[in-house]
Ligand binder design. Sequence first.
Ligand SMILES: *Cc1c(COP(=O)(O)O)cnc(C)c1O
Length: 458
Amino acid sequence: MSKEIPYKIYLEESEMPKQWYNVRADMKNKPAPLLNPATFEPMTYDDLRPVFCDELIKQELDDTTPYIDIPDDIRNFYKMYRPSPLVRAYCLEEKLQTPAKIYYKFEGNNTSGSHKLNSAIAQAYYAKKQGLKGVTTETGAGQWGTALAMACAYLGLDCQVYMVKCSYEQKPFRREVMRTYGASVTPSPSMTTEVGRKILAEHPGTNGSLGCAISEAVEAATHQEGYRYVLGSVLNQVLLHQTVIGLETKTALDKYDIVPDIIIGCAGGGSNLGGLISPFMGEKLRGEKDYRFIAVEPASCPSFTRGKFAYDYCDTGMVCPLAKMYTLGSGFIPSANHAGGLRYHGMSSILSQLYHDGLMEAVSVEQTAVFEAAEKFARVEGILPAPESSHAIKVAIDEALKCKETGEEKTIVFGLTGTGYFDMYAYEKFNNGEMTDYIPTDEDLEKGFQGLPAVPER
Ligand SMILES: *Cc1c(COP(=O)(O)O)cnc(C)c1O
């Protein structure tokens, strides 16, 4: 007999994971290594030390250890806002009149308004433990910068954030949240770095991009004694930290003997999706269970669905190592009308390999349809979702409506990564009927692909 399932499945503190799960350990085809952009040789621990924190490099390069202990100090910080609830979307199911059972894991219950804090506290912790003075980073929409500022404030580390210029101007309150937590925030590209000055000289009046801001943040870290660079997505270490999402989800589902059929997440750089699906993907990779995994990305920045699986620069200034990933080219910038986040040109190497191996699906969706789904969700489930998260909502609704046609009672789980309170310009555009879609043409994309580096076959 099945137990009655509550609206929210909460876990006890004691049920929070004590270890992160490293899905690479179960992958037959490992993600390709980062390469040195000058020599095309794999980056070693020593190569990466000027840029990243020591312990984080070990995590980045570790393709074999399945479980990695979460230090107590990090778990204690997690306890301030975790375990996060797994919510049964009874009201959405009712609204859609679907036989599907829909669940979402809600990560928006902290001031950063997103899952980013899960990795921010881990990265700040290892920086502090190494005795560093501070960290530098980039932020696009601002959630990552906020999360890092919060973690650094807690640990007493300096935090320098390069914020993509258009967000800096459009989201002044995000900036003030970061400053409240003690971070310094610089609009990027800026005149404070060599690479920023170069980009400004080549593209005067540019609104900036994540790729530019990364280049500036890396330069800032390597030019200051006692500083390292940290990144909020894409990297293996970030996916590792984000597995708290998937591990908690699995524990909650197991409590009620629920087995999902489909797991859906939005994909910018891939960290929330990777974190959510990792434990389930591990079961699939070990041949224990089967699931459908769906990555959802914007049609205006379609890395998985229209990108190339190739080595590429992670940043515009080409100062970072090369990563093999689905990419639109490091020069790609989504069209100016794109308001929905998820605008990075590349994608996690782990997820790229899994997608390449046919273990995961990807779909792209247009932003007006995403905001329609966000509105539908907000009106029945109460939470005002982030535009990024709403990509997952859109596809969860689509899958639930397919079940309505076929009569199948599938169980759908999706990641609700955050809240959208700082995205009111985007919502305003949508509410005014002024939001438009732009799907890049093949020619637009070709320009980005032309910038891919010629890396010799290994
Ligand atoms: C950053 C962010 C994302 C996208 O990043 P991933 O690394 O792909 O998870 C999604 N949702 C929210 C709310 C975010 O802040």
